[in-house]
Design a protein around this ligand. Structure first.
Ligand code: ASP
Ligand code: MG
Length: 482
């Protein structure tokens, strides 16, 4: 028995072409020298997008265009295989697997075109095909390096509810299947390569965990097998203290807590699928974010406790593609149901509300939604409050798209007096005008709204104020594979 069980997930860019696949296989094979290794893979980058595009074209009857896309996907995989150092027989076997999967895709698209209907269930089947193409290739490359490896379809392992397009795992049956199917392979020193993103309902219908869901696949499998750690191999050096396009001095954060990582996943630093950490939190399994293009970098370790840092601030995040909606007028003080009606309206139009702020004078209530949701939200609110607007109980419902949310994130800010003071003094010095403020009672983030043209200035000022660009001595240990 090897000492540890490590689950490694390789994202789309980490298996994006032949040289990336070779590098990923090398990382997995060399880790397998020391530990038991389970690999989870995404589709090659852009393949899932293209499959969804093919499905949508088929739905609108554009069969020929859909078939063109499938041909391009075949070509990509064929060209990749040609470049990989595999023997002729393996290559032929893989190519016939690819042709079988794409024949399924062709049939599914034809059926969709015929019916002019794309159900969430068939969309899941079509969008899952990219992982079914990539996993056997990665397994073959690991085997070519002399480490036994075999592809396993996650439909055999991850049991989910029947919510197509965003299924949730059922952990008990998942655990049983993983023990039965994966444990014996791992005990033999085999490196199973599992298709990310996919599961199957109890009735056996294929489901997906939502876009970007193979991170979640990796942590679901880590929890099911009680792995010692999970490593998400991606194309950045870990979780950064700010978006490097805004702040060139941004640095990799050595260690953060589950909670901080979840705040960051939500607020812009899109390195992790937001649900990823849910699966491992009860078991306190550490999750690393590492760069498969620079495996010498230590990356970021995400743990239950994180690591405290003076002042507690870990990162500054910003999102610009959001809009502010305000509803106001002195008379809304007397309307006790305004808040309720406002948010039942946003719920009805499925607008995702990112931040809410209401002053205690109750003259005004404002909230932020993704810009894509803004127009329909305002229209629905105007309809909901049409009587009140007519009688001037509500004076205005306004929309401002030229704003941004900036957030200061760090779990140990909790109970540290003066963090808000430092935040707003730093912004004041830079003459950044603050439109609205929200601090959740969790105190692991202070969020505020600024004008879009001040977003960069705000992030740079706060990154400097909390010295997030300073070189930190990296006390965090390294993940099992360096
Ligand atoms: N291939 C899927 C997607 O692009 C899942 C993933 O990459 O995590 O959404
Ligand atoms: Mg992805």
């Amino acid at each position: 028995m090897k000492s540890k069980l490590v689950v490694m997930k390789f994202g789309g860019t980490s298996v994006g072409d032949a040289s990336c696949i070779a590098r990923a296989a090398q990382i997995a094979a060399s880790a397998a020298g020391e530990n038991s290794v389970l690999v989870v893979v995404s589709a090659m980058s852009s393949v899932t997008n293209r499959l969804i595009e093919a499905a949508t074209l088929a739905e609108s009857g554009e069969s020929a265009k859909a078939q063109e896309i499938l041909k391009a996907i075949r070509h990509l995989h064929e060209a990749t295989l040609r470049e990989l150092a595999l023997d002729a027989e393996t290559r032929i076997q893989l190519m016939s697997h690819i042709d079988r999967v794409l024949a399924d895709a062709k049939r599914l698209c034809e059926g969709t075109a015929l019916l002019r209907e794309l159900t969430p269930r068939s969309l899941d089947v079509i969008s899952s095909l990219g992982e079914r193409l990539s996993a056997p290739i990665v397994a073959a490359m690991i085997a070519a390096l002399g480490t036994a490896s075999e592809p396993v379809e996650a439909t055999e392992l991850i049991v989910t509810d029947g919510f197509f397009g965003g299924a949730e795992p059922l952990m008990d049956p998942t655990r049983q299947r993983c023990e039965a199917r994966l444990r014996p392979l791992l005990q033999k020193g085999n490196v199973p390569v599992v298709t990310g993103f996919i599961g199957a309902s109890q009735e056996g219908a294929l489901t997906t965990l939502g876009r970007g869901g193979s991170d979640y696949s990796a942590t679901i499998l880590s929890a099911a097998l009680l792995a010692d750690e999970a490593i998400i191999w991606t194309d950045v050096n870990g979780v950064l203290s700010a978006d490097p396009r805004l702040v060139p001095e941004a640095r990799t954060i050595p260690e953060i807590s589950y909670r901080e990582a979840a705040e960051l996943a939500y607020f812009g630093a899109k390195v992790l699928h937001p649900k990823t950490l849910r699966a491992v939190m009860p078991h306190e399994i550490p999750v690393w974010i590492r760069n498969s293009f620079a495996p010498q970098e230590a990356g970021t370790k995400i743990t239950a406790k994180g690591r405290s840092k003076a002042g507690g601030v870990k990162a500054i995040t910003a999102i610009g593609d959001v809009s502010l909606i305000a509803l106001g007028g002195p008379a809304i003080v007397g309307l006790p149901d305004v808040v309720g009606r406002t948010f039942s309206t946003t719920a009805r139009v499925r607008a995702n509300v990112l931040l809410i702020s209401q002053s205690s004078s109750q003259n005004d209530i404002c909230f932020i939604v993704a810009s894509a949701d803004a127009k329909r939200t305002v229209e629905a609110l105007r309809e909901q409050f049409s009587q009140d607007l007519a009688h001037h109980k509500v004076e205005h419902i306004s929309l401002d798209p030229r704003i941004a949310i900036v957030a200061v994130v760090g779990e140990n800010m909790r109970g540290t007096v003066g963090m808000a003071g430092r935040t707003f003094s730093a912004l004041g010095r830079e003459s950044v005008n603050i439109i609205a403020i929200a601090q959740g009672s969790s105190e692991s983030n202070i969020s505020f709204v600024v004008e879009l043209h001040d977003m960069r200035k705000a992030v740079v000022a706060l990154h400097g104020e909390f010295s997030l660009g300073a070189v930190e001595v990296n006390h965090a240990e390294r993940s099992s594979h360096l």
